[in-house]
Design a protein around this ligand. Structure first.
Ligand code: NAP
Length: 435
Protein backbone atom coordinates (compact mmCIF):
# COMPACT_ATOMS: atom_id res chain seq x y z
CA UNK A 1 0.00 0.00 0.00
CA UNK A 2 1.22 3.50 -0.88
CA UNK A 3 0.07 6.57 1.03
CA UNK A 4 0.14 9.74 -1.04
CA UNK A 5 -0.58 13.29 0.10
CA UNK A 6 -1.44 15.84 -2.59
CA UNK A 7 -1.44 19.42 -1.36
CA UNK A 8 -3.87 21.51 -3.38
CA UNK A 9 -7.21 20.43 -4.82
CA UNK A 10 -7.13 22.32 -8.11
CA UNK A 11 -6.66 20.80 -11.57
CA UNK A 12 -3.05 19.70 -10.91
CA UNK A 13 -4.07 18.00 -7.66
CA UNK A 14 -7.05 16.11 -9.06
CA UNK A 15 -5.32 15.02 -12.28
CA UNK A 16 -2.47 13.68 -10.15
CA UNK A 17 -4.93 11.76 -7.97
CA UNK A 18 -6.54 10.35 -11.12
CA UNK A 19 -3.11 9.22 -12.30
CA UNK A 20 -2.34 7.60 -8.91
CA UNK A 21 -5.59 5.62 -9.13
CA UNK A 22 -4.70 4.47 -12.65
CA UNK A 23 -1.21 3.48 -11.52
CA UNK A 24 -1.97 1.64 -8.29
CA UNK A 25 -5.73 1.01 -8.16
CA UNK A 26 -6.68 -0.38 -4.77
CA UNK A 27 -3.05 -0.33 -3.63
CA UNK A 28 -3.01 3.41 -3.02
CA UNK A 29 -4.69 5.82 -0.62
CA UNK A 30 -4.61 9.46 -1.67
CA UNK A 31 -5.40 12.38 0.64
CA UNK A 32 -5.95 15.67 -1.21
CA UNK A 33 -5.42 18.61 1.14
CA UNK A 34 -6.71 22.13 0.67
CA UNK A 35 -6.29 25.19 2.86
CA UNK A 36 -9.91 26.14 2.05
CA UNK A 37 -12.94 24.07 3.07
CA UNK A 38 -13.92 23.91 -0.64
CA UNK A 39 -12.17 22.05 -3.46
CA UNK A 40 -11.10 22.74 -7.06
CA UNK A 41 -8.72 25.70 -6.58
CA UNK A 42 -8.31 27.59 -9.84
CA UNK A 43 -11.60 26.27 -11.21
CA UNK A 44 -13.52 27.95 -8.40
CA UNK A 45 -11.31 30.96 -7.67
CA UNK A 46 -9.41 31.67 -10.90
CA UNK A 47 -11.52 30.76 -13.95
CA UNK A 48 -13.75 33.70 -14.86
CA UNK A 49 -17.30 33.52 -13.45
CA UNK A 50 -18.74 33.91 -16.97
CA UNK A 51 -16.76 30.91 -18.25
CA UNK A 52 -19.06 28.25 -16.84
CA UNK A 53 -18.30 25.71 -19.55
CA UNK A 54 -14.63 25.67 -18.47
CA UNK A 55 -15.72 25.16 -14.86
CA UNK A 56 -17.58 22.02 -16.00
CA UNK A 57 -14.25 20.17 -15.84
CA UNK A 58 -14.77 19.89 -12.07
CA UNK A 59 -17.25 17.06 -12.78
CA UNK A 60 -14.29 14.97 -13.88
CA UNK A 61 -12.54 15.75 -10.57
CA UNK A 62 -15.71 14.80 -8.68
CA UNK A 63 -15.53 11.32 -10.21
CA UNK A 64 -11.97 10.98 -8.81
CA UNK A 65 -13.01 12.47 -5.48
CA UNK A 66 -15.76 9.90 -5.06
CA UNK A 67 -13.35 6.96 -5.33
CA UNK A 68 -13.00 5.36 -1.89
CA UNK A 69 -9.23 5.45 -2.36
CA UNK A 70 -9.17 9.25 -2.61
CA UNK A 71 -10.16 11.63 0.20
CA UNK A 72 -10.63 15.39 0.22
CA UNK A 73 -9.07 16.86 3.36
CA UNK A 74 -10.23 20.48 3.37
CA UNK A 75 -9.51 23.35 5.75
CA UNK A 76 -5.98 22.05 6.43
CA UNK A 77 -3.03 24.20 5.50
CA UNK A 78 0.45 22.80 5.08
CA UNK A 79 2.90 25.05 6.90
CA UNK A 80 0.19 26.28 9.31
CA UNK A 81 -1.59 23.19 10.63
CA UNK A 82 1.29 20.79 10.09
CA UNK A 83 4.82 21.06 8.77
CA UNK A 84 6.24 19.49 5.64
CA UNK A 85 8.40 17.20 7.83
CA UNK A 86 5.30 16.04 9.71
CA UNK A 87 3.45 15.36 6.48
CA UNK A 88 6.43 13.46 5.10
CA UNK A 89 6.52 11.31 8.23
CA UNK A 90 2.90 10.33 7.51
CA UNK A 91 2.92 9.75 3.74
CA UNK A 92 5.24 7.88 1.33
CA UNK A 93 5.09 10.81 -1.07
CA UNK A 94 3.99 14.42 -0.63
CA UNK A 95 3.11 16.20 -3.88
CA UNK A 96 2.74 19.98 -3.82
CA UNK A 97 0.01 21.02 -6.25
CA UNK A 98 -0.50 24.45 -4.72
CA UNK A 99 -0.64 26.36 -8.01
CA UNK A 100 0.51 29.96 -8.25
CA UNK A 101 -1.97 32.03 -6.25
CA UNK A 102 0.34 34.95 -5.51
CA UNK A 103 0.75 38.14 -7.60
CA UNK A 104 4.06 39.01 -9.19
CA UNK A 105 4.99 42.60 -8.41
CA UNK A 106 5.40 45.22 -11.11
CA UNK A 107 8.36 46.65 -9.20
CA UNK A 108 7.32 50.24 -9.97
CA UNK A 109 7.16 53.36 -7.82
CA UNK A 110 3.62 53.91 -6.54
CA UNK A 111 2.65 50.26 -6.78
CA UNK A 112 1.45 50.28 -3.17
CA UNK A 113 -1.01 53.15 -3.67
CA UNK A 114 -4.65 52.39 -2.91
CA UNK A 115 -6.69 50.90 -5.78
CA UNK A 116 -3.66 49.26 -7.42
CA UNK A 117 -4.14 45.50 -7.42
CA UNK A 118 -2.59 42.39 -8.82
CA UNK A 119 -4.83 40.07 -10.78
CA UNK A 120 -4.77 37.33 -8.10
CA UNK A 121 -6.37 39.80 -5.69
CA UNK A 122 -8.81 41.32 -8.20
CA UNK A 123 -9.86 37.98 -9.71
CA UNK A 124 -10.07 36.52 -6.20
CA UNK A 125 -12.39 39.39 -5.27
CA UNK A 126 -14.92 38.85 -8.05
CA UNK A 127 -14.65 35.08 -7.64
CA UNK A 128 -15.26 35.24 -3.87
CA UNK A 129 -11.94 33.84 -2.60
CA UNK A 130 -12.06 34.38 1.19
CA UNK A 131 -8.61 36.01 1.18
CA UNK A 132 -9.77 38.76 -1.18
CA UNK A 133 -13.50 39.07 -0.50
CA UNK A 134 -12.92 42.33 1.39
CA UNK A 135 -10.77 43.96 -1.29
CA UNK A 136 -13.44 46.60 -2.03
CA UNK A 137 -11.88 48.13 -5.17
CA UNK A 138 -13.20 51.63 -5.86
CA UNK A 139 -14.85 51.73 -9.30
CA UNK A 140 -15.56 55.44 -9.06
CA UNK A 141 -13.18 56.78 -11.75
CA UNK A 142 -14.02 56.58 -15.45
CA UNK A 143 -10.68 54.99 -16.44
CA UNK A 144 -9.13 51.69 -15.43
CA UNK A 145 -5.70 50.51 -16.59
CA UNK A 146 -5.09 46.80 -17.02
CA UNK A 147 -1.41 45.89 -17.38
CA UNK A 148 -0.44 42.83 -19.43
CA UNK A 149 -1.36 41.17 -22.70
CA UNK A 150 -2.37 37.71 -21.50
CA UNK A 151 -5.72 35.98 -21.03
CA UNK A 152 -6.03 37.19 -17.45
CA UNK A 153 -5.89 40.81 -18.67
CA UNK A 154 -8.74 39.92 -21.04
CA UNK A 155 -10.75 38.32 -18.22
CA UNK A 156 -10.35 41.40 -16.05
CA UNK A 157 -11.17 43.86 -18.85
CA UNK A 158 -14.25 41.84 -19.84
CA UNK A 159 -15.55 41.64 -16.26
CA UNK A 160 -15.15 45.43 -15.90
CA UNK A 161 -16.96 45.96 -19.22
CA UNK A 162 -19.94 43.63 -18.92
CA UNK A 163 -23.45 44.76 -18.12
CA UNK A 164 -25.40 43.18 -15.27
CA UNK A 165 -27.53 41.17 -17.74
CA UNK A 166 -24.38 39.63 -19.17
CA UNK A 167 -23.56 38.15 -15.75
CA UNK A 168 -26.96 36.43 -15.50
CA UNK A 169 -25.71 32.87 -15.98
CA UNK A 170 -22.39 33.42 -14.19
CA UNK A 171 -21.37 32.70 -10.60
CA UNK A 172 -19.89 36.15 -9.99
CA UNK A 173 -20.33 36.82 -6.27
CA UNK A 174 -22.98 39.26 -5.03
CA UNK A 175 -20.50 41.82 -3.63
CA UNK A 176 -18.74 42.10 -7.00
CA UNK A 177 -21.98 42.27 -8.96
CA UNK A 178 -23.21 45.08 -6.71
CA UNK A 179 -19.95 47.02 -7.10
CA UNK A 180 -19.94 46.57 -10.88
CA UNK A 181 -23.58 47.70 -11.07
CA UNK A 182 -22.52 51.05 -9.64
CA UNK A 183 -19.25 51.22 -11.59
CA UNK A 184 -18.23 54.51 -13.23
CA UNK A 185 -15.59 52.82 -15.42
CA UNK A 186 -16.13 53.74 -19.06
CA UNK A 187 -12.62 53.44 -20.47
CA UNK A 188 -10.47 50.37 -19.96
CA UNK A 189 -6.90 50.65 -21.25
CA UNK A 190 -5.00 47.40 -21.73
CA UNK A 191 -1.27 48.14 -21.67
CA UNK A 192 1.04 45.83 -23.61
CA UNK A 193 4.75 46.48 -23.33
CA UNK A 194 5.23 44.73 -26.67
CA UNK A 195 3.07 44.57 -29.82
CA UNK A 196 0.19 42.67 -31.45
CA UNK A 197 2.52 39.89 -32.64
CA UNK A 198 3.63 39.27 -29.04
CA UNK A 199 0.26 38.96 -27.30
CA UNK A 200 -0.36 35.92 -25.09
CA UNK A 201 -4.12 36.18 -25.73
CA UNK A 202 -5.96 33.28 -27.32
CA UNK A 203 -8.51 33.87 -30.12
CA UNK A 204 -11.57 32.58 -28.27
CA UNK A 205 -10.93 34.90 -25.31
CA UNK A 206 -10.04 37.86 -27.54
CA UNK A 207 -13.12 37.27 -29.69
CA UNK A 208 -15.36 37.63 -26.64
CA UNK A 209 -14.43 41.33 -26.43
CA UNK A 210 -16.17 41.91 -29.73
CA UNK A 211 -19.43 40.44 -28.48
CA UNK A 212 -20.10 42.61 -25.44
CA UNK A 213 -23.40 44.43 -25.25
CA UNK A 214 -22.19 47.88 -24.20
CA UNK A 215 -18.45 47.84 -24.85
CA UNK A 216 -16.24 47.70 -27.88
CA UNK A 217 -12.53 47.03 -28.36
CA UNK A 218 -10.25 49.55 -30.07
CA UNK A 219 -6.80 49.08 -31.58
CA UNK A 220 -4.74 51.90 -33.10
CA UNK A 221 -4.02 50.82 -36.70
CA UNK A 222 -0.48 52.26 -36.50
CA UNK A 223 0.44 49.57 -33.97
CA UNK A 224 -0.34 46.74 -36.38
CA UNK A 225 2.61 45.15 -38.19
CA UNK A 226 2.64 44.64 -41.95
CA UNK A 227 -0.07 41.99 -42.64
CA UNK A 228 2.43 40.03 -44.76
CA UNK A 229 4.32 39.21 -41.53
CA UNK A 230 1.28 37.44 -40.00
CA UNK A 231 2.05 34.36 -42.11
CA UNK A 232 5.05 33.63 -39.84
CA UNK A 233 2.86 33.27 -36.74
CA UNK A 234 1.50 30.01 -35.42
CA UNK A 235 -2.19 29.41 -36.11
CA UNK A 236 -3.54 30.56 -32.73
CA UNK A 237 -1.55 33.78 -32.67
CA UNK A 238 -2.41 34.47 -36.32
CA UNK A 239 -6.11 34.24 -35.42
CA UNK A 240 -5.61 36.56 -32.44
CA UNK A 241 -3.82 39.10 -34.63
CA UNK A 242 -6.61 38.83 -37.23
CA UNK A 243 -9.07 39.78 -34.48
CA UNK A 244 -6.91 42.73 -33.42
CA UNK A 245 -7.00 43.87 -37.06
CA UNK A 246 -10.81 43.82 -37.01
CA UNK A 247 -10.73 45.83 -33.76
CA UNK A 248 -8.56 48.42 -35.53
CA UNK A 249 -10.93 48.66 -38.46
CA UNK A 250 -13.86 49.51 -36.19
CA UNK A 251 -15.78 46.51 -37.54
CA UNK A 252 -16.06 45.01 -34.06
CA UNK A 253 -18.21 47.79 -32.63
CA UNK A 254 -21.53 46.42 -31.39
CA UNK A 255 -24.84 48.30 -31.01
CA UNK A 256 -23.86 50.51 -28.12
CA UNK A 257 -20.44 51.78 -27.24
CA UNK A 258 -20.80 53.11 -23.73
CA UNK A 259 -17.47 51.55 -22.75
CA UNK A 260 -14.24 51.35 -24.72
CA UNK A 261 -11.58 48.69 -24.25
CA UNK A 262 -8.46 50.27 -25.72
CA UNK A 263 -5.38 48.25 -26.57
CA UNK A 264 -2.35 50.43 -25.96
CA UNK A 265 0.57 48.51 -27.49
CA UNK A 266 4.28 49.30 -27.15
CA UNK A 267 3.44 50.87 -23.81
CA UNK A 268 5.33 50.00 -20.63
CA UNK A 269 4.16 51.34 -17.27
CA UNK A 270 6.95 53.21 -15.48
CA UNK A 271 5.25 54.61 -12.36
CA UNK A 272 1.90 54.72 -10.63
CA UNK A 273 1.13 58.29 -9.60
CA UNK A 274 -1.12 59.68 -6.88
CA UNK A 275 -1.16 60.94 -3.28
CA UNK A 276 -2.71 58.09 -1.37
CA UNK A 277 -4.74 56.55 -4.16
CA UNK A 278 -3.80 56.01 -7.81
CA UNK A 279 -4.55 59.02 -9.99
CA UNK A 280 -2.55 58.24 -13.13
CA UNK A 281 -0.14 55.80 -14.74
CA UNK A 282 3.08 57.04 -16.27
CA UNK A 283 3.82 55.09 -19.44
CA UNK A 284 6.87 54.95 -21.70
CA UNK A 285 6.47 54.21 -25.38
CA UNK A 286 8.56 51.18 -26.37
CA UNK A 287 9.89 49.58 -29.50
CA UNK A 288 10.98 46.04 -30.14
CA UNK A 289 14.63 45.15 -30.17
CA UNK A 290 15.45 41.44 -30.63
CA UNK A 291 11.92 40.66 -29.50
CA UNK A 292 12.28 42.66 -26.26
CA UNK A 293 10.56 45.91 -25.32
CA UNK A 294 12.98 48.81 -24.96
CA UNK A 295 11.99 52.31 -23.91
CA UNK A 296 12.05 55.12 -26.49
CA UNK A 297 12.20 57.91 -23.92
CA UNK A 298 8.76 59.20 -24.94
CA UNK A 299 6.44 59.20 -21.93
CA UNK A 300 2.82 60.11 -21.30
CA UNK A 301 0.27 59.86 -18.51
CA UNK A 302 -3.04 58.05 -18.44
CA UNK A 303 -5.32 59.51 -15.74
CA UNK A 304 -6.86 56.47 -14.03
CA UNK A 305 -8.45 55.55 -10.71
CA UNK A 306 -7.90 51.79 -10.83
CA UNK A 307 -4.89 49.73 -11.93
CA UNK A 308 -4.85 45.96 -12.21
CA UNK A 309 -1.53 44.27 -13.00
CA UNK A 310 -2.16 41.02 -14.89
CA UNK A 311 1.47 40.12 -15.37
CA UNK A 312 1.59 36.56 -14.11
CA UNK A 313 1.56 34.70 -10.82
CA UNK A 314 3.90 32.94 -8.42
CA UNK A 315 3.64 29.99 -6.11
CA UNK A 316 3.37 30.81 -2.38
CA UNK A 317 6.49 29.56 -0.57
CA UNK A 318 6.02 26.92 2.16
CA UNK A 319 8.41 26.88 5.14
CA UNK A 320 11.30 24.40 4.64
CA UNK A 321 10.57 23.81 0.95
CA UNK A 322 13.33 25.05 -1.39
CA UNK A 323 12.03 27.90 -3.53
CA UNK A 324 13.18 29.19 -6.90
CA UNK A 325 12.73 32.94 -6.39
CA UNK A 326 13.36 33.84 -10.00
CA UNK A 327 10.93 31.29 -11.42
CA UNK A 328 8.37 31.95 -8.65
CA UNK A 329 7.92 28.20 -8.02
CA UNK A 330 9.38 25.40 -5.94
CA UNK A 331 12.99 24.52 -6.80
CA UNK A 332 12.68 21.17 -8.54
CA UNK A 333 14.11 18.89 -11.18
CA UNK A 334 11.27 17.51 -13.28
CA UNK A 335 8.97 17.67 -10.27
CA UNK A 336 11.39 16.20 -7.73
CA UNK A 337 12.16 18.58 -4.85
CA UNK A 338 13.72 16.19 -2.30
CA UNK A 339 13.32 12.47 -1.52
CA UNK A 340 9.59 11.86 -1.01
CA UNK A 341 8.71 15.49 -1.86
CA UNK A 342 7.41 16.45 -5.30
CA UNK A 343 5.59 19.25 -7.10
CA UNK A 344 3.26 19.35 -10.07
CA UNK A 345 1.35 21.85 -12.23
CA UNK A 346 1.99 25.58 -11.83
CA UNK A 347 3.89 24.91 -8.56
CA UNK A 348 6.40 22.94 -10.68
CA UNK A 349 6.59 24.82 -13.96
CA UNK A 350 5.14 28.29 -13.34
CA UNK A 351 1.81 29.77 -14.45
CA UNK A 352 1.57 28.76 -18.10
CA UNK A 353 -0.62 26.55 -20.22
CA UNK A 354 -4.23 25.52 -20.08
CA UNK A 355 -6.07 23.56 -17.40
CA UNK A 356 -5.64 20.43 -19.52
CA UNK A 357 -1.83 20.81 -19.49
CA UNK A 358 -1.96 19.67 -15.88
CA UNK A 359 -3.20 16.20 -16.83
CA UNK A 360 0.00 14.96 -18.51
CA UNK A 361 1.89 16.71 -15.70
CA UNK A 362 -0.01 14.67 -13.10
CA UNK A 363 0.58 11.41 -14.96
CA UNK A 364 4.29 12.20 -15.37
CA UNK A 365 4.86 12.83 -11.67
CA UNK A 366 3.10 9.62 -10.69
CA UNK A 367 5.37 7.69 -13.08
CA UNK A 368 8.39 9.23 -11.35
CA UNK A 369 7.05 8.35 -7.91
CA UNK A 370 6.39 4.79 -9.08
CA UNK A 371 10.02 4.59 -10.19
CA UNK A 372 11.37 6.20 -6.97
CA UNK A 373 9.19 4.14 -4.60
CA UNK A 374 8.59 0.72 -6.10
CA UNK A 375 7.09 -0.39 -2.76
CA UNK A 376 5.17 1.36 -0.01
CA UNK A 377 7.34 2.27 2.98
CA UNK A 378 4.90 1.35 5.74
CA UNK A 379 4.19 4.94 6.74
CA UNK A 380 0.92 5.49 8.64
CA UNK A 381 -1.01 7.46 5.99
CA UNK A 382 -4.65 8.37 6.72
CA UNK A 383 -5.00 7.04 10.28
CA UNK A 384 -1.80 8.84 11.21
CA UNK A 385 -3.08 12.14 9.85
CA UNK A 386 -6.49 11.69 11.48
CA UNK A 387 -4.83 11.18 14.87
CA UNK A 388 -2.73 14.32 14.39
CA UNK A 389 -5.77 16.37 13.32
CA UNK A 390 -7.71 15.20 16.35
CA UNK A 391 -4.84 15.99 18.67
CA UNK A 392 -4.50 19.52 17.19
CA UNK A 393 -8.24 20.19 17.07
CA UNK A 394 -8.19 20.78 13.30
CA UNK A 395 -11.70 20.88 11.85
CA UNK A 396 -11.25 18.80 8.70
CA UNK A 397 -13.81 19.27 5.91
CA UNK A 398 -14.49 16.08 3.89
CA UNK A 399 -15.89 15.76 0.38
CA UNK A 400 -19.35 14.92 1.77
CA UNK A 401 -19.15 18.15 3.83
CA UNK A 402 -18.25 20.05 0.63
CA UNK A 403 -21.32 18.53 -1.02
CA UNK A 404 -23.44 20.18 1.69
CA UNK A 405 -21.68 23.51 1.10
CA UNK A 406 -22.25 23.01 -2.63
CA UNK A 407 -25.95 22.31 -2.12
CA UNK A 408 -26.34 25.42 0.05
CA UNK A 409 -24.56 27.56 -2.57
CA UNK A 410 -26.72 26.21 -5.37
CA UNK A 411 -29.87 26.82 -3.29
CA UNK A 412 -28.80 30.44 -2.66
CA UNK A 413 -28.21 31.23 -6.38
CA UNK A 414 -29.84 34.28 -7.98
CA UNK A 415 -32.37 33.34 -10.63
CA UNK A 416 -30.49 31.95 -13.67
CA UNK A 417 -27.13 31.69 -11.88
CA UNK A 418 -25.48 28.36 -11.00
CA UNK A 419 -24.64 29.26 -7.39
CA UNK A 420 -24.01 32.05 -4.89
CA UNK A 421 -20.65 31.31 -3.29
CA UNK A 422 -19.88 31.65 0.36
CA UNK A 423 -17.00 34.09 0.63
CA UNK A 424 -15.94 33.44 4.24
CA UNK A 425 -14.40 30.27 5.63
CA UNK A 426 -16.72 30.40 8.67
CA UNK A 427 -19.81 30.48 6.41
CA UNK A 428 -18.51 27.49 4.47
CA UNK A 429 -17.88 25.49 7.63
CA UNK A 430 -21.26 26.46 9.05
CA UNK A 431 -22.94 25.22 5.83
CA UNK A 432 -20.97 21.95 6.05
CA UNK A 433 -22.66 21.28 9.41
CA UNK A 434 -26.19 21.66 7.98
CA UNK A 435 -28.57 18.75 7.41
P1 NAP B 1 0.64 35.43 -19.30
O1 NAP B 1 -0.09 34.71 -20.36
O2 NAP B 1 2.03 34.98 -18.96
O3 NAP B 1 0.67 36.98 -19.68
C1 NAP B 1 1.35 37.91 -18.89
C2 NAP B 1 1.44 39.23 -19.63
O4 NAP B 1 2.01 40.19 -18.75
C3 NAP B 1 2.32 39.20 -20.88
O5 NAP B 1 1.70 39.95 -21.89
C4 NAP B 1 3.61 39.88 -20.40
O6 NAP B 1 4.29 40.58 -21.42
C5 NAP B 1 3.03 40.89 -19.43
N1 NAP B 1 4.02 41.34 -18.45
C6 NAP B 1 4.79 40.58 -17.63
N2 NAP B 1 5.54 41.38 -16.84
C7 NAP B 1 5.25 42.65 -17.18
C8 NAP B 1 5.70 43.92 -16.73
N3 NAP B 1 6.60 44.01 -15.75
N4 NAP B 1 5.18 45.04 -17.29
C9 NAP B 1 4.26 44.94 -18.29
N5 NAP B 1 3.79 43.77 -18.76
C10 NAP B 1 4.28 42.64 -18.20
O7 NAP B 1 -0.12 35.38 -17.89
P2 NAP B 1 -1.67 35.44 -17.49
O8 NAP B 1 -2.45 36.32 -18.37
O9 NAP B 1 -1.61 35.69 -16.03
O10 NAP B 1 -2.18 33.94 -17.71
C11 NAP B 1 -1.61 32.83 -16.99
C12 NAP B 1 -1.97 31.53 -17.70
O11 NAP B 1 -3.37 31.24 -17.51
C13 NAP B 1 -1.74 31.57 -19.19
O12 NAP B 1 -1.29 30.32 -19.63
C14 NAP B 1 -3.13 31.88 -19.71
O13 NAP B 1 -3.34 31.50 -21.06
C15 NAP B 1 -3.98 31.07 -18.77
N6 NAP B 1 -5.36 31.59 -18.76
C16 NAP B 1 -6.24 31.06 -19.63
C17 NAP B 1 -7.53 31.55 -19.68
C18 NAP B 1 -8.49 30.96 -20.67
O14 NAP B 1 -8.12 30.05 -21.39
N7 NAP B 1 -9.71 31.40 -20.73
C19 NAP B 1 -7.93 32.57 -18.86
C20 NAP B 1 -7.01 33.11 -17.96
C21 NAP B 1 -5.71 32.61 -17.94
P3 NAP B 1 5.57 39.94 -22.16
O15 NAP B 1 5.02 38.91 -23.09
O16 NAP B 1 6.19 41.10 -22.81
O17 NAP B 1 6.42 39.32 -21.06
Amino acid sequence: MRHIAIVGSGPAGYYTAEAALKQWGDNVRVDIFDALPVPFGLIRSGVAPDHQSIKGVSRRYEATAKSGNVRFVGNVMLGRDLSVAEMQDLYDAVILATGAPHDRKLGLPGEDLANVFGSAAFVGWYNGHPQFADLAPALSHDTAVVVGNGNVALDVARILAKSEEEFAASDIVAHALAALRGSAVRRIVILGRRGPHQVAMTPKELGELAKLSRAHPEVDPVDLPDPALDARLDTGLRKSVALLRTFASGRAAPGTDAITVEFDFFAAPRAILGDSRVEAVEVERTRLQDGKAVGTGETYRIPAGLVIACIGYQTSPIPDVPFDEQGGRFANVEGRIAPGLYCVGWARRGPTGTIGTNRPDGFAIIEKIAADLPDGSGKPGRPGFDALAEQRGIEVVRFTDWQKIDEAEVAAARSGAPREKFVAVEQMIEASHRG
